[in-house]
Design a protein around this ligand. Structure first.
Ligand SMILES: [Zn+2]
Length: 306
């Protein structure tokens, strides 16, 4: 009877030692550095010809169908604006539609001069962007505005088009004959550069773009700590995703990630991820996103043990 108790306790001690060996971090601390693959950024650059055309680089709305609302304008100014929408819509891939609910429109058109900004004088009106979010790829316009102060006097909707282009992110031109020259005259034309730039900007599909950046990993014995920033560099909010941690190609942890809105980022931190094999030479972080996105290349970061 006595030896049975002894062997049971011996067995227990062996199990406890094994547990101790596996669970308690006794190994060396290893820091991981980022490898060459999966740099995270996917910037595209513009040619010099379009530089300075817009207030910021690559300004566009989320979709090529852009909503608007005209509030408090007399018929003549409404007509000026509608002809401007037709003009830009006819020359580009953009379409403009009236928002069904006031306040939900992307471009707000008003004619009330009391809305004028203090300390600035406007010859015919004002247009601009009021809500922009910067991402790696675009400056995404959520809202723009047009204030029409004077009726258009030209056969072409010069005033309305000029202000609409401001609301689309376009700045003034130094060319007197261009519609974006600060002072309006009826002979001004739009030219080809603005429509072709608009068509290029809106040739990119309206998708999210999840991107991993600033990753770090440390092992302490059997335990792995990981930190990484997940950003959405796309044009629309993402759906939910999953962060998967691989140690030497073996899936060691999965983390559900909530949707990320445009331009937003989230720092994801995992501590004490247990590594059964005790150590790893390579840690790979991967965002598993089952829907379409702008670029899948920035969804993976590989870290190597230093
Ligand atoms: Zn202007």
């Amino acid at each position: 009877m006595g030896w049975k108790i002894f062997s049971f306790f011996f067995f227990l001690i062996v199990v406890l030692l094994l547990v101790f060996y596996w669970i308690i971090p006794v190994g060396r601390i290893v820091n991981f550095g980022q490898g060459t693959s999966g740099d995270g950024n996917s910037n595209f650059t513009l040619g010099n010809s379009t530089e300075g055309m817009q207030f910021y680089e690559n300004m566009r709305y989320q979709n090529k169908d852009i909503s608007y609302k005209i509030e408090g304008c007399p018929i003549a100014k409404m007509d000026e604006m509608n002809r401007a929408f037709q003009k830009i819509g006819g020359l580009t891939v953009l379409t403009f539609y009236e928002a069904s609910v006031l306040g939900e429109e992307e471009i707000s058109i008003t004619c009330d001069s009391s809305a004028k900004v203090e300390g600035r004088t406007f010859i015919a009106g004002e247009g601009g962007v009021t809500n922009v979010t910067a991402t790696d790829n675009f400056n995404v316009i959520f809202n723009g505005m047009v204030l029409l102060l004077r009726e258009g006097q030209c056969s072409d909707p010069i005033v309305g088009t000029h202000e609409l282009l401001h609301a689309l992110g376009f700045d003034h031109s130094n060319n007197q004959n261009n519609i974006m020259y600060p002072t309006i005259n009826c002979g001004q034309t739009l030219g080809e550069d603005i429509p072709s730039y608009i068509n290029w900007l809106y040739s990119f599909p309206s998708l999210p773009d999840l991107s991993l950046e600033d990753a770090s990993a440390t092992t302490n014995g059997n335990y792995l700590d990981v930190s990484v920033t997940l950003k959405n560099e796309g044009l629309i909010d993402s759906g939910s995703a999953k962060l998967i941690v691989y140690a030497d190609e073996k899936n060691v942890k999965e983390l559900d990630v909530l949707p990320v809105s445009v331009g937003a980022g989230r720092i994801l931190t995992l501590t004490n991820v247990f590594l059964l094999r005790g150590s790893a030479d390579e840690i790979k972080l991967s965002v598993d996103y089952s829907y379409n996105e702008f670029n899948k290349d920035n969804n993976v970061i590989v870290l190597n043990a230093n």
